[in-house]
Design a protein around this ligand. Sequence first.
Ligand code: PRP
Ligand code: URA
Length: 208
Amino acid sequence: MPTLTVVDHPLLARDLTILRRRETPHGTFRKTLSDAAAILAYEAMRGLDLEPVPIETPLEPTTGYHLRTDVIVVPILRAGLGMVDGFVRFVPEARIGHLGMYRDEKTFRPVDYYSNLPPGLDRAHVFIVDPMLATGGSAVGAIDHLKERGGRTFTFVCLVAAPEGVEALHATHPDVPIVAAALDRQLNDRAYICPGLGDAGDRIFGTH
Ligand code: PRP
Ligand code: URA
């Protein structure tokens, strides 16, 4: 059953407003995206399984918990890099894979240019992170690639999703839940999300 969770939190709504504003400088954009990603990570990791472990407090034995499953975070380059720090704040032991993809400006189809993935994809919960889910081409391509290499359990986490991207991802990979800060209205004729926040990669790295 495909799911989309739009995270409802006042701090996330405040951060998203900063990210949407045209005049936000790239340094503030980068810092705010990292904070927003941490809130999304907190929600996206809610379903991780725990394993009980016996521990001792200074007073007596009790039961504590470890995460049962390894966590792998895979940013889609470039813009996904802006969300990694927010994720590893909570899970510093997470392994990180990198997938390079950019959208062809005429066809809007993703073009792969890099892949470097850690071992253990088959045993891990893989969080794919990218601020923008527009046509869904990059997300679908990334999950195709990760499934071909053994990945089995995924969550796709983005900041802003377009209805077209959600539909494409749900149709192709219904087993992959989507977690987002906002579901926006639609794509424009250049496949940009409206109202959106513009070109996420350019705004993170100051390349506009
Ligand atoms: C952006 C964004 C996603 C993709 C979304 O990347 O970060 O990866 O577009 O669009 P889609 O859903 O239609 O595939 P972009 O291609 O601009 O590359 P960049 O991150 O290097 O700027
Ligand atoms: N990529 C972006 O960075 N922004 C959009 O609105 C669509 C794709």
